[in-house]
Write a protein of this length. Structure first.
Length: 364
């Protein structure tokens, strides 16, 4: 059995949750071939899929929402990119259909959440399982008449599937497809190097994990010095000047390139970042308090913020709060209005994919 996963190239969250699901699926069926198809940053893929035998097919299947940074959307640039994608997709479909057929194995397609996964599955006569907390139809619809055609096309694709694995914090996704509701989808932390453990056990404390996903957001490094009693953990920036500057700040720790933010969550108390599906799932699973910057112009953010208020201890910040260092790390957190969510969504998704795949083989 070949499991072919079309992963959105928008940000890191789609790839992160598929890494969690496929790790569980590999544990259930180590004899199956797992293929991931995306243009997400190669280093990030190697980090989250480490030690998992996956085949990478570098294909861009969707545009998502182009953005100036982690908090600001660019609808005009998105429209232009959508047209470019439309022109390129026929050749990409032909290429991948030919490659998959050469593998001479039964196929199941997972879409997270490029609409064109529906056409790929139909050309292969393969079952299609959607997995996500929104579709691009939900994201484009509030953006006005210029996106109407893209909304219709995406929604028509999403209605052609065998199953929807609905992740928490979801938008409408009215696709007339059988559904299974998942709990939090998060991988397990890995052990971190002993030297890093020792550093994190030294003052200052508590530790705060800072993350703005794969879209990036520039912060003035001097802001961390406004909180000398807190240690801030950050991914190592690619910009060498910024990296060198941050390395000189005593209460900032830059994570080694082979350590995921998830891996240091057991050593943290709070998380500072934007609304993001995987960061929310991972932080909630680790029971961290979340300091979250409001994000405008992206429909998913409202659903994520509702989930935040319902299921996590939290504090909501304005962008001006973030950029001025008014992060409220010494203030009490707002309690959730509902109970915590279980963190078994990756296993639930893997079991569902396994059932659909086995049922397909039995029908052949």
């Amino acid at each position: 059995m070949l499991i072919y996963v079309c992963i959105s190239s928008h940000g890191f969250g789609h790839a992160a949750r598929q890494a969690a699901m496929l790790r569980e699926l590999h544990a259930l069926r180590p004899d199956w071939t797992l293929v991931i198809s995306t243009m997400v940053d190669r280093h990030f893929l190697e980090l989250v899929f480490r030690d998992l035998p996956v085949v990478l097919r570098p294909v861009q299947w969707d545009v998502g929402m182009l953005q100036a940074d982690a908090l600001g959307a660019d609808p005009a640039a998105t429209l232009e990119a959508l047209q470019d994608l439309e022109d390129a997709l026929p050749q990409r479909l032909d290429q991948e259909v030919a490659w998959i057929r050469r593998q001479e194995a039964p196929v199941l397609v997972v879409g997270d959440i490029p609409p064109v996964a529906a056409e790929l599955a139909e050309r292969l006569q393969a079952p299609l399982v959607w997995m996500g907390n929104f579709g691009w139809d939900d994201i484009y619809e509030p953006l006005g008449s210029a996106f109407e055609g893209w909304v219709r096309r995406a929604r028509a694709c999403y209605q052609r599937g065998s199953l929807l694995l609905r992740c928490p914090f979801s938008l409408a996704m009215r696709w007339s497809v059988q559904e299974i509701a998942l709990t939090l989808v998060a991988a397990q932390p890995r052990p971190i190097p002993g030297a890093l453990v020792a550093e994190l056990q030294e003052p200052p404390s508590p530790a705060v994990l800072v993350g703005f996903g794969g879209l990036g957001l520039g912060l003035d490094p001097a802001l961390f010095q406004r909180w000398p009693d807190h240690r801030f953990l950050l991914n190592r920036p690619r910009n060498p000047d910024l990296r060198d500057h941050l390395a000189l700040i005593k209460n900032v720790t830059l994570l080694p390139d082979d350590v995921r933010p998830l891996d240091v969550m057991p050593y943290c108390r709070r998380h500072l970042g934007k609304p993001g599906f995987s960061s929310f799932c991972e932080a909630m699973a680790a029971n961290l308090g979340l300091h979250v910057v409001q994000r405008d112009g992206f429909a998913e953010a409202a659903a994520l913020m509702d989930g935040l208020r319902q299921h996590a201890f939290h504090r909501v910040l304005r962008r001006e709060d973030l950029e001025s260092g008014r992060w409220g790390l010494d203030q009490p957190l707002q309690p959730p209005s509902h109970n915590r969510l279980a963190a078994t969504g990756a296993l639930e998704a893997a079991q569902a994919v396994q059932r659909v795949a086995i049922d397909t083989v039995q029908r052949i």
